[in-house]
Design a protein around this ligand. Structure first.
Ligand code: SF4
Length: 450
């Protein structure tokens, strides 16, 4: 197989494609059925002039843009061979023949049920999270990987994240950029700067889905206006799936940014345990967080949500509830990462969880939602374990995020210490990601749609 991924050389710049053009097979109201080399997916469509037979890019479940047929066919030609070769490699790495020697019997029974289409109960997931022997752990990860491949094939979302500001008015006990950290230099990109970084990510690197992130603003109105200008500025230039991650900006704020063109919202609830939530988030309530998440879904946002793993005071039962809460919320993507103590935070003396607990949670998310879930390998996990991306993708995950914030700002987005990729240029991140995905038989595309 040619080692190149899909590099299109246009006007002397190299574009890496994170999406494969699909052909519209059917249109049903605001939903379209899209064909990708024989695989059918459904997407939400807001374009007015779409007809059967047109080619489109879809990302995160939304039709992003219509693409000219001759361009689409040339991209599909480039993809054709590698698409099927990658699928073959992925299938061989996620084999259904799982070695059972020495594996916990009860675990085998639970996972067999899932393999044959059953569902996991809270008790099952609680049991899985207590497993600690190596053979059984391997069995958990391999089963999660098998279920991912069986139901969702080999596509892996590759999103870019831009941290537009590290200003924050909150005092979350685990966070290094909370308002309590008075020693941190604060920044806020100008509208023009943020638009330029996003446009570069789209034009130069081919990103089709971007997350815009910041701390939670003190002056919400002023901040919403600023974000509207950024979102409109990006959308005026290019079609892209834009996801916001700004904390609790208020329900009107969500409405305004949806109107401006945002279609995704990343907001973790961090823990489903109300008491723990209140202890970690002074003057905040879990109910308000969940209200934001539910309202965003009602408005039409695709929601990425999840929790922290290993918070001081968190129990296995709490983590089980976190896992079932994201399922109940019907979130589009699950984002669960380890708690990592920051020296300037209130939890500076606490310890992070061990690697296997994080992997077990990723696998458990796959077990409760094996047909649909996009599960992210978080940067926090990559900070805890340099092999996290590979291990996570082989334990049920199918999504990664690259940090494309300019380096001078990225260093200041200091939510936990020694963040993975905090000193790595965008090209290097892309190369490393694509090399890894290729070695695992994954296509860096988001065919996905529920
Ligand atoms: S977790 Fe988010 S809201 Fe909380 S202090 Fe950190 S940046 Fe602010």
């Amino acid at each position: 197989m040619v080692w190149f991924w899909i590099l299109l050389i246009t006007n002397e710049s190299i574009i890496m494609c994170y999406a494969i053009p699909g052909r519209i097979e059917a249109i049903k109201g605001n939903r379209v059925i899209v064909d990708y080399f024989g695989e059918k997916k459904e997407a939400i469509n807001e374009l007015k002039d779409l007809s059967i037979g047109d080619y489109i890019y879809a990302q995160g479940g939304y039709v992003i843009e219509k693409v000219p047929s001759d361009y689409a066919l040339s991209v599909l030609d480039l993809w054709r061979e590698s698409f099927f070769n990658l699928q073959k490699l992925d299938m061989s790495l996620s084999s259904s023949v799982l070695p059972r020697d020495g594996v916990d019997e009860k675990l085998i029974n639970i996972l067999d049920r899932l393999i044959y289409g059953g569902s996991a109960s809270r008790k099952d997931i609680g049991y899985i999270l207590t497993i600690s022997d190596k053979k059984s752990l391997d069995y958990i990860y391999k089963t999660a990987n098998f279920l991912r491949q069986k139901h969702l094939k080999n596509s892996c979302c590759v999103h870019g994240i831009i941290e537009i500001s590290n200003q924050c008015s909150c005092a979350c006990a685990y966070c290094g950029i909370s308002s309590l950290n008075q020693g941190l230099r604060r920044y806020k990109m100008s509208v023009e700067e943020a638009v330029k970084v996003a446009v570069d990510a789209i034009d130069r690197y081919g990103f089709k889905a971007l997350v815009l992130q910041s701390g939670e603003p003190a002056d919400k109105d002023e901040f919403i206006e600023y974000c509207e200008a950024i979102i409109q500025g990006i959308r005026a230039h290019k079609a892209v799936f834009l996801c916001i991650s700004f904390g609790e900006i208020g329900l009107r704020g969500l409405e305004r940014l949806y109107k401006a063109g945002a279609r995704g919202m990343l907001m973790r609830f961090e823990t489903s345990n109300e008491n723990l939530y209140s202890r970690l988030h002074p003057n905040k309530m879990l109910a308000s967080r969940l209200e934001h998440i539910r309202y965003a879904i009602e408005l039409g946002y695709l929601v990425f949500t999840g929790a922290l793993i290993g918070l001081p005071g968190q129990t296995i039962e709490d983590i089980v509830e976190d896992i079932f809460l994201v399922r109940e919320l019907n979130a589009e993507m699950y984002s669960f990462g380890p708690f990592i103590p920051h020296e300037a935070s209130l939890l500076s003396k606490a310890s992070p969880p061990d690697r296997d607990m994080v992997l077990k949670v990723l696998a458990a998310l796959r077990f409760v939602d094996y047909k649909d879930a996009r599960i992210l390998v978080t940067t926090a996990f990559e900070t805890l374990d340099p092999e996290a991306r590979r291990r996570g993708l082989l334990a049920g995950a199918n999504s990664v995020m690259l940090n494309i914030t300019p380096l001078e700002y990225r260093r200041l987005y200091d939510i936990y210490p020694d963040r993975a990729w905090s000193e790595t240029g965008v090209e290097e991140q892309i190369e490393s990601t694509l090399t890894l995905l290729q070695s695992l038989g994954r296509a860096p595309t988001d065919l996905g749609v529920r």
